[in-house]
Design a protein around this ligand. Structure first.
Ligand code: BJW
Ligand code: ZN
Length: 248
């Protein structure tokens, strides 16, 4: 059941451009651990020890062991109804009507069929060489050697993700999408990591109608036009059935 807080429900207009920002909550029902909250990764591991460039320089083996473990977990996960709904929204609204910005590194949006997307915190299935920049997609789990070495020059490979203090990827496209959205969906993110957390604010200030989906309220809820509480595997498909445009 959709639990709606504030505002009435708005349907998507045929001419609307819809942009979505997703976070770890969208993959939670697939079995991918989130970061914050009771069972989150940051309860058991310190971000500063594992998700910063200095942590990697200090102990690349430790950092790679953590990523190898997470790759093993994610390899067993499949897209859930929320990922599949977002792929269906893209199919329905077309490439000019929908754009997806994800903070997730698990690749589940792509596996679900989403193509108009930018993975601003990178991709756990990619790695690149810290010396020559050689980049590769590699789905091997577990990796045979930790830390992995560059096949071109023998230097260290690093996970293809964005750590604290690093510049997120594709932010030009993400900012442009936020500025031009008519409707902005914020799905399963705590809204505390920047610059991702700025995107719904930018969209809201530019006049977009903001709809938030989460288990609980976040800093974004204070200005969202609709806050829909509940597990996104249920709330997003239910919302889409009601909000989808009559024709397109
Ligand atoms: C459900 C659900 C269900 C659950 N249904 N809902 C002070 C010191 C140092 C740095 C800073 C500082 N102050 C600010 C900064 C900047 C820093 C930052 O924001 N820090 C804050 C935390 C304080 N940001 C950066 O460093 C970023 N870079 C940067 O700012 O560069 C400068 C720049 C600025 C502007 C333009 C360009 C450049 C980089 C941030 C990189 C974040 N990296 C990580 C790790 C990625 C790799 C990996 O996976 O290992 O990204 S951290 C982690 O947090 C991960 C996530 O993508 C990110 C966001 O987390 P998310 O998705 O919100 O997950 P959770 O767990 O927090 O929330 C889940 C939500 O879902 C919850 O709300 C649940 O309720 C909900 N939920 N189940 C519905 N079933
Ligand atoms: Zn190299």
């Amino acid at each position: 059941m959709l639990l709606l807080i504030g505002g009435t429900m708005r349907k998507i207009d045929v001419s609307d451009v819809v942009v979505a920002l997703t976070g770890a909550g969208v993959s939670a029902e697939s079995g991918v651990p989130t970061f914050r909250g009771e069972d989150g990764l940051w309860q058991r591991y310190r971000a500063e020890d594992l998700a910063t460039p200095s942590a990697f320089m200090r102990d690349p083996k430790l950092v790679w062991e953590w990523y190898d473990w997470r790759r093993g977990l994610i390899a067993k996960c499949k897209p859930n109804r929320a990922h599949l709904t977002l792929a269906e929204i893209e199919q329905t609204l077309g490439p000019d009507g929908f754009f997806l910005i994800t903070q997730n590194v698990d690749g589940l949006h792509h596996a679900a069929g989403s193509r108009q997307l930018v993975e601003i915190h990178g991709d756990i299935w990619r790695m690149w060489c810290v010396r020559c920049g050689y980049e590769v997609e590699d789905h091997t789990v577990p990796l045979p050697e930790l830390p992995p070495k560059c096949p071109r020059c023998g230097a260290l490979m690093r996970p293809g993700v964005v750590w604290f203090g690093e510049t997120p990827m594709g932010m030009d496209r993400a900012f442009a999408a936020a500025r031009t959205a008519d409707m902005f969906l914020v799905i399963g993110t705590s809204g505390v990591v920047y610059p991702a957390a700025e995107l719904p604010t930018i969209a809201h200030k530019a006049g977009a109608y903001v709809v938030e989906f989460n288990l609980k309220r976040t800093p974004i809820s204070s200005y969202a036009d609709e806050v829909i509480l509940g597990p996104v595997g249920e709330t997003l498909p239910e919302w889409w059935e009601k909000a989808r445009p009559e024709s397109r």
